[in-house]
Design a protein around this ligand. Structure first.
Ligand code: MN
Length: 141
């Protein structure tokens, strides 16, 4: 049980939130949810996740602004943050990296490969619970 990595999903769209959480939980992750930056910071005061999945477009403080803020706070600076962006276009990768993200995953998510994509970003790769397909390659370096 203790080997289940905790992921904080920051996402304002309820359907995306539920889909993301259910896919991750099915694949053996623990999931915390937040619908905006304020709620995300509250969750982070309670528990420190291994990884944060950060929707870029949030009401109020957007995901990149929140990422910059978390990266300047010693309490949260070491947490790996991966952006969730609906605009996987040239320039977005640079913006997410500049804000402090380790990378990004495009929305809509591919439920077959999503957990593998997330796992690839974990600081220490967690043991794979099953004979998952290994086609979740991440392009680029
Ligand atoms: Mn959004």
């Amino acid at each position: 049980m203790s080997s289940q990595p905790l992921v904080l999903v920051v996402e304002d769209n309820e359907v995306n939130q539920l889909l993301t959480a259910s896919v991750l939980e099915r694949e053996g992750f623990q999931v915390d949810l937040a619908c905006d930056s304020t709620q995300a910071m509250e969750r982070l005061r309670e528990r420190t996740p291994e990884l944060i999945l950060m929707d870029v477009q949030l009401p109020g403080m957007d995901g990149l602004a929140l990422t910059r803020r978390l990266k300047t706070d010693p309490a949260t600076a070491q947490i790996t943050i991966v952006a969730l962006t609906a605009h996987a276009m040239t320039g977005d990768r640079e913006q997410t990296l500049a804000a402090g993200c380790a990378g990004y995953i495009s929305k809509p998510i591919d439920t077959r490969t999503f957990a593998g994509q997330v796992r690839a970003f974990l600081p220490r790769s967690a043991p794979d619970p099953g004979p998952a397909r290994t086609d979740a390659t991440l392009s680029g370096t």
